[in-house]
Design a protein around this ligand. Sequence first.
Ligand code: SAH
Length: 244
Amino acid sequence: MSAMEGELRAILQQLTHQEKVTVGPRDFWLGHWHGQHVVAVLSRIGKVAAATTATALVERFGVSEMVFTGVAGGLGVGVTVGDVVVASRFLQHDLDASPLFPRYEVPLYGRSHFDTDARLVSALAQATQSVLADPLGLLGAQTLREFSLVAPRLHHGLIISGDRFVASTGESAALQRALPDALAVEMEGAAVAQVCHDYGIPFAAVRTISDRADDGAHHDFNRFMASVASRYSAAIISEMLRRL
Ligand code: SAH
């Protein structure tokens, strides 16, 4: 599952035996990739859209595992543009049912964090390491220069999600103060993690850092997506499927 068109397109280029199934406004692409049966779909942007997509993947397509690939804003110290974060767990940073429930806790779940699956995470992290080992080969010298990418790194930890594109230094500093262990912020992952928790489906997610969630966050977003993130995504998921 990807949030954005550019990434899905890069993934669809690798799916063989493609068949498109349309459900409501969503196109689900069934196909084969490294011997696995795969359903590729655009989650659409935001928590509700992503949760609906995840539910359809389970209910209509009977998927046994889910992987999200996308971009995110870097929050943690040293989590810079071009780095990649593999999520260990997720939290909704905009969820607040206090004083009835503690801040961030999802009502009736007794928890604020949703874990990813150890086996999928391990495959995803190994795949990411191998892709990041040769950024020059994947992206070319000109793209590395354009985005000042030197030695992209893999991080592993908490990703937070909310229905806001975080694009101000003040808001990103506030999130860092409130949730100091958060490495990155995006708009879908925690919703998908909650759906997967409900259905007992193993889930993992990988996000390329497209911005620092600060005043410059909107600059070059689309170009970064096309030149860097979509190539990382397709390469990482391909390597991961090879390892499963
Ligand atoms: N400019 C884009 C809008 C993308 S919305 C367009 O025209 O379509 C941002 C997407 O990237 C979401 O899917 C979200 O998950 C992720 N994302 C990247 N940086 C983010 C940030 N700083 N805050 C929140 N989400 C971010």
